[in-house]
Design a protein around this ligand. Structure first.
Ligand SMILES: *Cc1c(COP(=O)(O)O)cnc(C)c1O
Length: 386
């Protein structure tokens, strides 16, 4: 039997309806053409598919399709947003504000900018994991050009007040970038109302394929970014490269599906997640990492007192979960997110991220509770003996 998959925050399987739409864009009898081919039907049909997908992605953001720039994922979208905006505004100032709890795709892009002469202020979140708008306000300087704060954290699911932070940015005429990889398709996002200039999203966290994403770039005079990938001038010069029609179609189909099921799905996931949390609490000495209510329905990040997290992960062969985020679980450093929240190294090491999704069942939760309960009790007994 395969382990129960409770790592939807790392990636999701592709929805069968999405697979169907994608497979129509691959073979000779499908729409396999190059969307940039202007001289024949194959190209025209592919362009039509790509533009229809652009509309589907834009619709889920309540944005204009012209505000969507295709990328290979949220990592590339973050790089394009941060490096592109910093470079476009270099003559105005070189100070950037972000959070120590951001995804590595933001932190590493900012570290690169810091090497190139930008000054980066990384704020710690509050103990509940949320970015503090007042701390952002206090960090603002005359030479601040860009603020980047994620919508919801990938490890804890904690949701930030991007309206408050974006409003602040508007007051200071500072660009505001939001990494929304975890919230896109889970929370309603309305770019008509949000004070956000740049937003990164990707397909593989909402039942679309890996390897495709987008950067939302507000159509406004003050919002300009510089291209990071050159060659052919695709995407109005902002991101060159032949458009992967099947990937775009998959992304678009996943967005349309998400819009249709989002409200109901989130209620169902919250109920599964709450059942899991109630069961885990019966083990005693378990701690919820992150804000109890301001978080996504899918996430549960728990510290197990008196247990080594790596041993626990090894003992949990029957469930696929993450310790820290997937990107950092190769190293044994405690999660940088939990550390930034002030969680002790010991508890951070003993923390696991459970994330439920579209195919999680009640039976899955029961299985996970059995497996985790058995493992935690065994490891706690072992720890007492040694
Ligand atoms: C998954 C994720 C990313 C990286 O997205 P890719 O499409 O895999 O490059 C970036 N930021 C957050 C918050 C994520 O959850």
């Amino acid at each position: 039997m395969n382990p129960v998959y409770l790592d939807y925050a790392a990636t999701t399987p592709v929805d069968p309806a999405v697979i169907g739409a994608m497979s129509e864009c691959l073979g000779l009898d499908g729409v396999f053409g190059n969307p940039a081919s202007r001289s024949h039907l194959y190209g025209w049909l592919a362009e039509e598919k790509a533009e229809s997908a652009r509309r589907q992605v834009a619709d889920l953001l309540h944005a204009d399709p012209r505000e969507i720039v295709w990328t290979s994922g949220a990592t590339e979208a973050n790089n394009l947003a941060l490096k592109g905006a910093a470079q476009a505004r270099r003559s105005r100032g070189r100070h950037i504000i972000s959070m120590a709890s951001e995804h590595k795709a933001v932190l590493d892009a900012l570290a690169w900018l810091a090497q190139q002469g930008w000054e980066v202020t990384l704020l710690n979140p509050l103990a509940d994991g949320r970015a503090d708008p007042q701390a952002v306000a206090a960090a603002m300087r005359d030479d601040t050009v860009l603020v980047s704060v994620m919508h919801a954290n990938n490890e804890t699911g904690v949701i930030n007040d991007i309206v408050a932070i974006g409003t602040l940015c508007r007051e200071h005429d500072v660009l505001f970038h939001v990494d929304a990889a975890q919230t896109f398709g889970k929370l309603p996002i309305d770019m008509r109302a949000l004070p956000v200039d740049l937003m990164s999203v990707c397909a593989h966290k909402l039942y679309g394929p890996k390897g495709v994403g987008a950067l939302y770039v507000r159509r406004a005079p003050g919002v300009r970014i510089e291209a990071q990938i050159h060659g052919g001038g695709h995407e109005r010069g902002l991101r060159s490269g032949t458009l992967p029609t099947h990937q775009l179609v998959g992304f678009g189909a996943a967005c349309e599906l998400a819009a249709a099921v989002m409200a109901q799905e989130q209620v169902r996931l919250a109920s599964l997640r709450d059942t899991l949390w109630a069961g885990l609490q019966e083990l005693g000495d378990v701690h919820l990492n992150g804000h109890p209510t301001e978080r996504l329905a899918s996430h549960l990040n728990v510290a197990f007192g008196g247990v080594d997290g790596e041993l626990l992960l090894t003992a949990l062969a029957g469930v696929a979960v993450s310790s820290g985020s997937a990107c950092t679980s190769a190293s044994l450093d405690p999660s940088h997110v939990l550390k930034a929240m002030g969680v002790s190294d010991a508890l951070a090491h003993a923390s696991l991220r459970f994330s439920v999704g579209r195919y999680t069942t009640d039976a899955d939760i029961r299985t996970v509770l059995e497996v985790v309960g058995e493992a935690v009790q065994r490891l706690r007994k072992g720890a007492q003996v040694s």
